[in-house]
Design a protein around this ligand. Structure first.
Ligand code: PGA
Length: 317
């Protein structure tokens, strides 16, 4: 019965989908029962740039939070890369809710934040460490020793940046990196012109970024001019990247990122080179994409494939 349903579905699909399904079956046969469900472990498969367009920023944030929560449940000792800014706020609220109401357990999770302003102490209300404490860490059961946010007051920055990279490696690498995007197309603080192979280092902020972030400070003059940031290369090393963008003011950067050429002028475009990226957008952020209807169709097919895989009883394989 189930086989018939899957067969009917495959009749209507194209060759690549059949190949994909063959792969699914092969994997399921050779794998343990627990792992016979999507998403598969990212290191075992090249997936794609998956573009998910949700009707509102609320849905988009919930979708991103669900992805992160699913990873924590599947791999309780996972390593998460986290981001600051307005975009991830609703994601963190949902993760806090899941911790409170559904027992989402952070006790074995390790986190690495993308960046920090140079010169700000962790107790400074505009520091990213303070942001993370306020908006996530103090509401969940993560262990303080498992939290890593770059130290904006490090004295020997060059050495400190190398140490941060080493810490990520020692933790086993980042399983899932959450990313926002700047209106100039930056990821973390990798401003236009950053090398696509860059590692954690100090970066001078663009005037546009300073203006964008001035809303958190009393005046633009108070925004630090420099930040310590993971590099584009550091981010590309993550096993999976989850880019979240909401609002019309991100639409141009998203169009360049997804449909433009890979260029250091839009550092988020380097994600096109990553094997496993999920881009979660609301309609407003997706509004300048040329192939929006196609992405929606691809996502619909992906969901049908997942449903077919999930309905496939392992004992029949
Ligand atoms: P935002 O910042 O979420 O506050 O828009 C994103 C970014 O600059 O990376």
């Amino acid at each position: 019965m189930v086989l018939q349903r899957v067969g009917d579905f495959l009749e209507k699909t194209e060759v690549w989908q059949r190949r994909f399904f063959d792969w699914l079956v092969k994997r399921a046969k050779s794998d343990s029962i627990e792992n016979r469900r999507f998403p598969v472990e990212p290191e075992n498969v090249r997936i794609f740039m998956r573009i998910i367009i949700e009707p509102s920023s609320e849905y988009a944030s919930k979708r991103a939070a669900a992805w992160i929560a699913q990873l924590i449940r599947r791999k309780p000792n996972c390593v998460l890369g986290l981001a600051t800014g307005s975009t991830p706020l609703a994601v963190y609220q949902e993760l806090i809710r899941q911790h409170r109401d559904e027992g989402l357990d952070w006790s074995q999770v390790t986190t690495f934040n993308l960046d920090e302003y140079v010169g700000l102490a962790p107790t400074h209300p505009q520091s990213y460490r303070y942001f993370m404490d306020e908006h996530l860490f103090r509401h969940i059961n993560i262990l303080p020793q498992n939290i890593n946010v770059p130290d904006g007051r490090a004295l020997d920055f060059e050495r400190y940046c190398r140490t941060y990279e080493k810490l990520i490696q020692q933790a086993g690498g980042i399983d899932l990196q959450l990313l926002g995007i700047g209106s100039d197309g930056h990821i973390a603080f990798n401003e236009p012109g950053s090398s696509l192979g860059s590692r954690t280092r100090i970066k001078t902020l663009m005037r546009k970024t300073i203006e964008d972030n001035a809303r958190f400070f009393a005046s633009p003059a108070e925004v630090p001019r420099m930040a310590i940031t993971m590099g584009v290369g550091t981010i590309l090393d993550s096993r999976q990247c989850l880019l979240l963008a909401t609002g019309r003011h991100k639409a141009e950067a998203i169009a360049h990122t997804v449909e433009g050429p890979v260029t250091s002028q839009v550092t988020a475009s380097a994600l096109q080179l990553h094997r496993d990226v999920i881009v979660v957008l609301d309609e407003a952020a997706a509004s300048l994409l040329q192939r929006i209807e196609y992405y929606k169709e691809v996502e619909q097919t992906q969901r049908e494939l997942e449903a077919a895989a999930a309905a496939f009883p392992p004992e029949l394989l």
